[in-house]
Design a binder for this molecule. Sequence first.
Ligand SMILES: Cc1ncc(COP(=O)(O)O)c(C=O)c1O
Length: 422
Amino acid sequence: MAQGAAVRADHDYDYSNFYYSSSDDLFAIFGPYDDWWYGSARNNGYYLFSQPMSTKPGPEINLEDQLTHEHRDMLNLASYNYLGLSYHPEVVAAAKSALDHYGLGAAGSPILSGTMDLHMTLEKELAAFKKKPAAMVFATGYSTNVGLLSALLRPGDWAIMDQNVHASIVDGVIMSKANARFFRHNQPGDLEKKLKGTTGKKLVIVEGVYSMDGDTARLPELVAIAKAAGARVMIDEAHSTFVYGDNGRGVAESFEMEDQIDIHVGTFSKALGGQGGYVAGSQGLYNYLMGFARSRVFSCALAPAVTAGVLAALRVAAREPELRTTLWNNVAHFRKLMSDAGVDVGESTSQIIPIMIRNDRKILGIAQKLQRAGLYLQPIIFPAVAKHRSRFRVSISATHTPEQLNRAAGILVETLRSEGIL
Ligand SMILES: Cc1ncc(COP(=O)(O)O)c(C=O)c1O
């Protein structure tokens, strides 16, 4: 957008209108964006992002309305806390005790002074849980993918990704300067096409559960095609570790295909309710990343209290499969409520249930109405999903009660009906 151009006061803009500016002044890009933000976007619902929560991310929360500054109690279907472990008493006690013992931060990179005995214990127990020779812990899931991919891939290599992979995977591939191709979401035939003509080193990248659609990778077909082309395979199980598989090891476990996948990635920020990410695989992979994963080498290690909390959460998740059973019962319950009411949930089969709105203008107004009726659901719009594929993303947790899910579904269905979506 040209510097100083008037921004229309209606709602026709989204972030894609503000990527460029015609001025040579770097900061000229701020003005039109601010005009839109304060003149229109904020008042038309964009304020619904980054609303401060003043409670733990449980089934019932308190949020501050950024327009009126009212504090509102709401049912929460928006947090990733799939097993409720972020505030599990054992997890909180472990984090508190580590805080007393180690203090706040790790005070160093993991390859210098930032590795504590806690980090080593977490890596060892995680490798044992994932049944892999080694597992490496990173400070976030985002930095895991960026560090891993920029360490492994070189210019001239090939990364062939599902078109719906997370931004951290895309960013890692961009940073590596490898050749990149996307195959149509979950379509083995298109993966085969995209692998044609690639030579040299290849990595095919998929996710276990896709974070915006809640569907799972068609692993048997995709892995067979990747292997036939001589590619290595990576799976990001950010949303499926501790949720899928008889032992919670993820979608690869549920397909009994763990050994056919070369690199297993996951995060601690979803089902474990903590923070951080991991790569599990061979000892050679671990050793190489230790030297070359720049997002880890040049960044402070995971804070000790979080590391201890994640370790405790891992132990609870491994020890108590009934948490997963409760989660899946809740998912089935909510899914039935949605299908009885005729709500469009896309292709979801998991604990992530998109409520498809497909109207980028309307969804923010609906989100506001939902909140005022007592239901917290985040609108998901471009660039998190393609334009005109806007949706609310429901995250079900083992800690929701059937009564809370009934109430939430009631608010949702009534609001969608009043808005003409149903
Ligand atoms: C598939 C996937 N990978 C990585 C990440 C990044 O994880 P984190 O939020 O722990 O940094 C996410 C986050 O939502 C994700 O969905």
